[in-house]
Design a protein around this ligand. Structure first.
Ligand SMILES: Nc1ncnc2c1ncn2[C@@H]1O[C@H](COP(=O)(O)OP(=O)(O)OP(=O)(O)O)[C@@H](O)[C@H]1O
Length: 294
């Protein structure tokens, strides 16, 4: 049985089509990143999977039943973009209070350790930094030991150090067969912390695979060379080229046909080409190509 199954799911808000015919299944035990730019439909998809909002069309299933049933069984934990903590309670009291609501919670000390909160256990929840509060939300999300964990841009308020620690905690939680779906627009986070990246744009899936497959699948290559101070014009008219960037005396050309681009670069321009390199597009290149507005 799949942990998640969305079948031809659409969601409209008035005239806005937030999710447009989404088909997505996630097997039990996988960690999947939902990667997309602002407004792509990531939060709407997660909210439907949590039963917080209903699809306008299509079927949403969690562990073979409705999202509401899965949530009621305690199978689902979530960390959403907002959510106030009870400010007067200490971190320890708050985490303990929430874990006691579940039939088979994780241990309090284990939770505090996993979310990197042991040193903050006595701090009132109202006195935490944004990143620390996110760690508490993570502890609350996993308190009931849910089989499926959904995280909506969990590291939005965190600095680099906190992010690294957060993802370590997430991977620890995911180990041992739990399923995680997280939304992000940070490419590196998707790349480093998931075994499958689903790229969504304008409510539709535009790519689905490992980060390596998505990089390769964009088909584009990058041609780079050193300009040596030469002025450039007209590079975007070369065959295959879809974008040109010049920075630090290096020209970077995105191209669907590197052979034709390079041939035209030598034959069709008077530039002196130095230190030419052709590389595969990186994930950021692939992401931008996939999510570009038509
Ligand atoms: N309750 C709502 N009422 C009206 N429009 C909404 C509502 N929720 C979302 N939308 C719209 O639906 C689209 C998808 O929004 P959603 O929040 O799902 O995107 P997202 O990928 O999570 O974006 P972000 O990365 O900015 O959080 C956007 O155009 C948004 O403005």
């Amino acid at each position: 049985m799949d942990a998640i199954a969305l079948t031809d799911v659409s969601k409209s808000y008035g005239d806005t089509l937030a999710v447009d015919g989404l088909d997505l299944t996630v097997e039990v035990g996988r960690t999947v990143a939902l990667l997309g730019p602002n407004g792509a439909g990531k939060s709407t998809s997660i909210n439907m999977l949590l039963g917080l909002t209903r699809p306008t069309r299509g079927r949403v299933e969690v562990f073979g039943g409705s999202p509401g049933e899965a949530v009621a069984r305690g199978d689902v934990g979530a960390m959403l973009q907002t959510g106030d903590l009870i400010p007067e309670l200490t971190v320890r009291e708050l985490v303990d209070f929430v874990r006691r609501l579940y039939p088979e919670p994780l241990g309090l000390d284990e939770l505090l350790r996993m979310a990197d909160l042991t040193d903050l256990a006595r701090r009132p929840a109202g006195k935490l930094s944004g990143g620390q509060a996110q760690r508490v939300r993570f502890a609350l999300a996993v308190a009931g030991a849910p089989r499926l964990l959904m995280l909506d841009e969990p590291t939005a308020a965190m600095d680099v150090e906190s992010r690294l620690r957060f993802w370590k905690s997430m991977r620890e939680y995911a180990a041992g067969g739990r399923t995680v779906l997280f939304a992000t627009h940070y490419l590196e986070e998707a790349d480093e912390n998931s075994d499958r990246v689903v790229v969504i744009a304008r409510g539709r899936i535009v790519a689905d695979g490992t980060a390596a497959q998505i990089k390769a699948g964009s088909g584009d290559r990058v041609v780079r060379f050193v300009l040596g101070g030469q002025a450039v014009a007209g590079l975007d008219a070369l065959p295959g080229v879809s974008a040109v960037e010049v920075a630090d005396d290096v020209a970077t050309l995105r191209t669907a046909d590197p052979d034709a681009t390079v041939a035209a670069l030598y034959r069709g321009t008077s530039l002196e080409i130095r230190d030419l390199r052709i590389a595969g597009a990186d994930l950021e290149d692939a992401f931008l190509a996939l999510t570009r507005e038509p």
